[in-house]
Ligand binder design. Structure first.
Ligand SMILES: [Zn+2]
Length: 139
């Protein structure tokens, strides 16, 4: 691990490396980075910082840990939404069948004569019905 080089007495690990406008380089902890930034402002000279490798790993790891549960959660939501969709499609299919059944039932009840007629038209008149009609004509 790299140590802060700004102050010999600083025992902190360096979180960044810095490069002054005039080329001087070093490593600094977070506390000394803030000090260097204000020093750069006072001097009106630029200083650039780069996170050290260890810090980069530390930075990436939590990002992945945050991303994975998020992805897992979204995948689970997606899966449950698909299940829900399938359930609803099955329900719709069942309701459509039921609707067709009920519609057939309604048609039968609404037009009782139509069905009887069609049966009569389609087939020869039933034998029992034949005697019913002639008495009407005789009146
Ligand atoms: Zn330091």
């Amino acid at each position: 691990m790299q140590q802060c080089t700004v102050d010999e007495n600083c025992e902190n690990e360096a979180s960044s490396t810095f490069t002054w406008a005039w080329g001087e380089q070093g490593a600094c902890c977070d506390a000394h980075r803030a000090l260097l930034e204000s020093k750069a402002q006072q001097l009106n000279r630029s200083i650039s910082f780069e996170a050290v490798a260890a810090t980069r790993r530390d930075y990436k790891r939590p990002t992945l840990q945050q991303l994975d549960p998020e992805l897992g959660k979204l995948r689970m939501e997606n899966a449950s939404l698909r299940e829900e969709l399938q359930r609803q499609q099955a329900t719709i299919a069942n309701l459509e069948i039921r609707n067709a059944e009920l519609q057939g039932e309604v048609d039968k009840r609404r037009l009782p004569g139509a069905e009887v007629e069609s049966v009569i038209e389609g087939r020869p008149p039933p034998v029992e019905r034949a005697p019913i009609e002639p008495p009407n004509k005789r009146r």
